[in-house]
Design a protein around this ligand. Sequence first.
Ligand code: FES
Ligand code: FES
Length: 181
Amino acid sequence: MTNLATPASPPKSETVHVSLTVNGKPVTVEVDPRTLLVQLLRDHLLLTGTHVGCDTSQCGACVVLMDGDAVKSCTVLAAQADGASVTTIEGLAAGGTLHPMQEAFRENHGLQCGFCTPGMIMTAVDLVAHHGPGLTEQQIREGLDGNLCRCTGYHNIVKSIAAGAQAMAGGSGSGAKVAAE
Ligand code: FES
Ligand code: FES
């Protein structure tokens, strides 16, 4: 006689606790160990300003700051962010006032559809932090190596970052000289 005992149900996947600071607020979530940081931000915390533009770690739409450094949040496991301080595009606009780099993108037409813009701006803030407000056009262009834009042709993005760098330093100049189109 065949034994028709019910097969054991597959084990539930284990979850991990992740505690981190996001945009200045402490957050603790329980996630599947395979969860990516970008999924934690978008799906668990509903911070959808961080975009997903590829599945090959190439577009840079998902860039956030983790402990002050720009990272592609689609390449970081949520568990790796345990204990970290993460800043997303939503965290830049304190009290409803645009960050100087956001304002510079607006003023210098550094975006068209806007899909790449959160990643561009987070990368730009990281570039200024590492190179200072006097960063050169070449440093900006090299720094944008991991960020793709399908709309703008990059010229106004570079211009925006140069202006934003100056504004972050409290100046109003145009920053790095950016060649005319
Ligand atoms: S979503 Fe494209 S690099 Fe992360
Ligand atoms: S503004 Fe459309 S992808 Fe960059």
